[in-house]
Design a protein around this ligand. Sequence first.
Ligand code: VG1
Ligand code: CO
Length: 543
Amino acid sequence: MAIQTVATQPFDDQKPGTSGLRKRVTRFQQPNYLENFVQSILDVGEGLRGGTLVLGGDGRYYNETAIQTILRMAAAHGVGRVLVGRDGLLSTPAVSAIIRKRRADGGIVLSASHNPGGPEGDFGIKFNTANGGPAPESVTEAIYQRSRTLDEYRITDTGDIDLSREGAVEIQGTTVEVIDPVADYAALMEELFDMEAIAAMIADGFRLRFDAMHAITGPYARRILEERLGAPAGSVINAEPLPDFGGGHPDPNLVHAPELVALMYGPDAPDLGAASDGDGDRNMILGPDFFVTPSDSLAFLAANATCAPGYAGGIRGIARSMPTSAAADRVAEALGVPCYETPTGWKFFGNLLDADRVTLCGEESFGTGSAHVREKDGLWAVLFWLNILAVRQRGVGDLLRDHWQRFGRNVYSRYDYEGVDAEAAGRMVEGLRGRLADLPGQSFNGLTVTAADDFAYTDPIDGSRAEHQGLRIFFQGGERLVFRLSGTGTEGATLRVYLEAFEGNPERQDRPTAELLAPLTAAAEALAGIRSHTGRAEPDVIT
Ligand code: VG1
Ligand code: CO
């Protein structure tokens, strides 16, 4: 057994986006491409030499190949111990939980989250630091810079490790410990939620359906919802992680989870429907005939947090990403706690959580989480909802309507235009950016602009600055439009248009979202000329 030093050429496209490096599988399969990025992580990550690394992925195509390579490289780098999930599986929130519980120095998650998988699909690598959270921009930037200059990497010539059995083996002085992917995470959930109350509600006839979308949450949901809480077998559907996610798009929204959506809007809808994404950090919540927007879910969890034992003492504050609706702001105000507005991406919540400024965080993109880990957490959100339902003993839609009556409704929608020509999308956003200063006072479809800016954020803890995080346009009636380009796609550009209006009148709050947002939708078109710039009459996905 020996360590080999392999000559490599730097790559110029290894800049991590909103959440890690995401590329087509075929790109990762280019000679030295994966190794180049992994060596950059190992070189930049603090404390890894002689330290502990957590490693796992969402089971997508190329997961196991990448894990075997990373194990050999970690051994060559002198990492002391690698904790790897059985069969190479670990959800993103589980990695975060394990890093924290076992005091690891970092973690590598192999996932392209909600992007499709398979030989023609996407693959990705994320690096998390010792606090369990996504590496901050200073670290991802350092990894990127390293990847552009690296000219060799180190790897052992050892064979593959058997990942199917738990236990420890040693390669070249590095201990590789194959662990149960669910145990630490499940134990953490026991600390936060009243499992007995949820189990009693289920034993009483409460029905739920959880769609794991053939991605990572299957094993977690089966263990916790079915085995621990007693939900009947079959409550978790699409529970086997598959390398191509069964050909689906593991993105929990109204478009990509059609089986669950049909059930929840049909005659035999259970009391709660939920789904998670490829790597298990997102969640969608549905009641019979009722879709809870992620922004509302964050606000609702905040307003009802004390129902769960882990939050019985109240919350310190809330943070939401800028495009997320202001529903949570209203709850924060009522509770007398701060509400922070951060750029898109979970890495911006890390400092606020570490400094204990906030307890709950959320994004409009089906992401909710808390200080229990440093990632968003899909199954955690579902358990939180179950705990609240067990305490309040009312239906999902009923509770949400009640919430709106109390706080008002932030009517919300996101339009995604996917695979748009990158130059055309760039021109549109640049053009709009150039007009921002002139917009106040102008009217579009009868709506008058009061303010407009290019969102920038200064981290209140370390003073780091993030600019150009999305264009915000505010209107007189409290409406808001946001335009930004996605940082997670792998082909062309994805334009995201976020629409928000406020409805304070309970008589009108139950009207369909599209109807309530129609004037603002027309204003967005009049303002930005989306159709002429993108050539698209309609968005590909509306959430
Ligand atoms: C999207 C979402 C963002 C989320 C990110 C990662 O980013 O909008 O809110 O944090 O995905 O989520 P973008 O740049 O494409 O808008 V995940 O579940 O893919 O880690
Ligand atoms: Co995800």
